[in-house]
Design a protein around this ligand. Structure first.
Ligand code: SF4
Length: 363
């Protein structure tokens, strides 16, 4: 047991829900894993106490949605990506309306409420193609939320369409866009981004999209992909940037962290294991005191660690991921049914509940 009085004071401040600094986060990172988990669980209890009419700490949520990648054509070439293809590659594609409709109909048949619509940075699809796509989905499937287009895609649109970001976001919203995923966040430190994705949106660009989206009433998630070339200090800087953004614009519904999956990518680094994943998620829950929800990442960690993560600060098990092309291309192929998801939650003594994108309970 460490009796450093300043560390004891820090433990007390975390336990009582106080905001921590980057230097304090660095100290917490080195705590024994079980202790860090207990502190994160405490912060989850504080964050969720008032949710669902005071039942927030009895409930763990999940969403049924489908990841639809509308194209794999992309000329950005991120080092960690196994998904993108050149336009002339034999397996390059742009989704057809028939394929899209079939995927959404299947999602609805499984009780789904949302599609996660993302794609590569296609060099030639124009603005009207996207507006028509959104309007088509809205008109044909008005009950489905379109959670679509990461900030990196909007930065690409800004350049390709040569229009102000706010105008593009407003037009996409009017055409049916419901919310934004936090994809492309990776690590929000430009030194790291220059190493792993030098041609993609940099930190300030990513945050500017979130800021503009939140101000238009489009909520989003915030993500972090870690366990590659970054340091722990970089991860803390990432958390600091999204916490400060949340203070300014308040539209992040949840934080989702996941570990880099290396297979078939150009990035040759040792991957982070379960211990580092849980430690980092716990720290994120403590640091992000203005985020209502933290989602565990069973897609990259597997169902067992995804379940344990519910004791390390997470209050949501994410999506059953009817389709997840990007992670699957990088060698991860975990699958889960709604029944399995509900059992994982119930086995820990929580009530499983399906939710929508805004964390409203559906059942
Ligand atoms: S991560 Fe996205 S932007 Fe980067 S290469 Fe893959 S599809 Fe393109």
């Amino acid at each position: 047991m460490n009796h450093d009085p300043s560390l004891d004071d820090l433990r007390h401040r975390v336990w009582t829900g106080r905001r921590i600094t980057p230097a304090e986060a660095r100290r917490l990172y080195d705590l024994p894993l079980a202790e860090l988990g207990a502190l994160a669980d405490r912060r989850r209890q504080i964050a969720r106490a008032a949710a669902y009419d005071g039942r927030g700490n009895q409930i763990v949520t999940y969403i049924i949605d489908r990841n639809i990648n509308y194209t794999n054509i992309c000329n950005v070439g991120c080092a960690f990506c196994a998904f993108y293809r050149a336009e002339r590659a034999p397996d390059a594609y742009v989704i057809t309306r028939a394929e899209l409709d079939q995927k959404i109909a299947e999602t609805l048949a499984l009780g789904g409420t949302q599609i996660l619509l993302q794609g590569g940075n296609h060099p030639r699809l124009g603005k009207q193609w996207y507006l028509d796509l959104l309007a088509h989905i809205r008109d044909r499937f008005p009950q489905i939320n379109i959670h679509g287009f990461s900030p990196s895609e909007f930065v690409h649109f800004q350049k390709l369409f040569n229009e102000p970001l706010e105008q593009i976001l407003a037009d996409f919203k009017a055409a049916g866009l419901g919310s934004l995923p936090g994809g492309g966040g990776e690590i929000l430190v430009d030194r790291v981004r220059r190493q792993v994705s030098p041609r993609k949106a940099m930190t300030d660009d990513w945050l500017a999209v979130m800021d503009a989206a939140h101000r238009l009433g489009l909520s989003s998630s915030a993500t972090m992909m870690f366990g590659h070339v970054e340091t722990r200090a970089d991860r803390i800087e990432h958390l600091e940037r999204v916490r400060a953004q949340q203070d300014r614009s308040g539209g992040f519904t949840a934080f989702i962290g996941w570990t880099f999956q290396a297979a078939h990518t150009r990035l040759r680094t040792p991957m982070a294991g379960a211990q580092e994943y849980l430690r980092t998620q716990a720290l994120a829950r403590i640091y992000l005191d203005n985020f209502p929800s933290v989602q565990s990442s069973w897609v990259t960690q597997g169902p067992a660690i995804g379940q344990v993560a519910l004791k390390f600060g997470a209050n949501d098990l994410g999506s059953i991921m009817i389709e997840e092309n990007v992670v699957a291309q990088a060698g991860t192929a975990f699958r889960m049914t709604v029944a399995e998801m509900r059992r994982l939650i119930a086995d820990l003594g929580y009530e499983p509940h399906q939710r929508d994108n805004w964390y409203r309970l559906l059942n």
